[in-house]
Design a binder for this molecule. Structure first.
Ligand SMILES: Nc1ncnc2c1ncn2[C@@H]1O[C@H](COP(=O)(O)OP(=O)(O)OP(=O)(O)O)[C@@H](O)[C@H]1O
Length: 293
């Protein structure tokens, strides 16, 4: 009999909108016990999951499963960066950007089947001002939305879409100086998104051609937005197409620096990180092992 793999599930009990489901019982029901020896831990506060994940890697546990949304995935993955321990995902949030990019099923049975297959690849991660991200980071409008959403009691896709519709035409661009691929650019910036995965979540593709193993960031720059551009960009994001050059420009690069004269908001994987005037965004190639279909 082949050796059983040690696996730890880290559950964020606050994530998702369906709190009545007993996730631990369903994990036990679907896990292939011939392949795995498992245990389950719960986070007790924001910022707990990186500690738990790092501790699991130190114990030599081979797979750690993030059970939650993109916030939980980010925290668990941060704790596993550059270790031999692989991340797995049981999606429980509303966006699930990394899980969707990796084609991990949204339903628990399907995601558990992927875990039971034990197929591991290594992916890139990104850093914005030294804070790791796995799906996207950004400055400008997307970070502003993260900041408002963070203070919102109601969660979920509908709340998110309502918020974007309400704010999208009132948010104002700022002038920035950027360096991309060694070239300087002075531009207005409504949003500059830095993508490791192709989508924000919910199949909203900000960087349709992003490859999570190519060592490159996909940058999407929207200089200014009006109603026509907003409609073009939304349509292209939802149909996985590049927007026309008038609405958005795309670059592939290993590193970007940005300077602004006014504070500008930034986020990593949808988590609002605050404001800054200087940014360094870069790739950390092949830095995280992940279980995929
Ligand atoms: N026990 C806990 N109590 C309170 N907050 C927690 C706890 N565990 C984790 N968190 C925080 O909850 C935040 C949100 O989690 P997550 O993104 O996984 O769920 P979600 O908000 O329901 O999903 P989505 O972002 O897809 O809507 C995380 O950024 C994390 O810091």
């Amino acid at each position: 009999m082949s050796k059983r793999t040690r696996i730890r599930f880290i559950i964020n009990p606050t994530s998702g909108t369906n709190s009545r489901v007993d996730v631990a019982a369903r994990i036990r029901e679907h896990l292939d016990e011939r392949k795995y020896v498992h245990d389950i831990m719960y986070t007790t506060h924001a910022g707990h999951a990186p500690e738990l994940a790092h501790q699991a890697a130190n114990e030599g546990i081979e797979v750690v499963v993030a059970v939650g949304g993109d916030g939980t995935v980010n925290e668990v993955a941060r704790g596993l960066l550059k270790t031999e321990t692989a991340l797995a995902i049981l999606p429980k949030g509303s966006g699930n950007g990394l899980a969707r990019h990796l084609k991990i099923p949204m339903a628990l049975e399907g995601a558990m089947r992927v875990i039971n297959q034990r197929n591991v690849i290594t992916i890139d991660s990104g850093e914005i001002n030294q804070h790791p991200f796995f799906t996207t980071a950004g400055i400008g409008f997307d970070a502003y939305i993260s900041s408002v959403f963070a203070g919102n009691k109601k969660r979920g896709l509908q709340t998110y879409v309502e918020l974007v519709m309400k704010e999208v035409l009132s948010y104002k661009h700022l002038p920035v100086k950027a360096s991309i691929n060694g070239k300087s650019l002075e531009t207005d910036c409504y949003v500059m998104a830095f993508a490791n995965a192709a989508q924000y979540g919910n199949n909203a593709y900000i960087a349709p051609t992003a490859d999570i193993q190519d060592g490159l960031l996909d940058v999407c720059l929207v200089r200014r937005l009006d109603l026509v551009k907003a409609l073009n960009l939304s349509y292209c994001m939802l149909t996985k197409q590049l927007a026309n050059p008038d609405s958005a420009e795309y670059f592939k690069t290993e590193r970007v620096t940005v300077q602004t004269e006014e504070d500008i908001m930034y986020h990593a994987d949808g988590e609002y990180l605050g404001k800054a005037r200087e940014f360094e965004v870069k790739m950390v190639p092949l830095s995280l092992k992940v279980l995929v279909p």
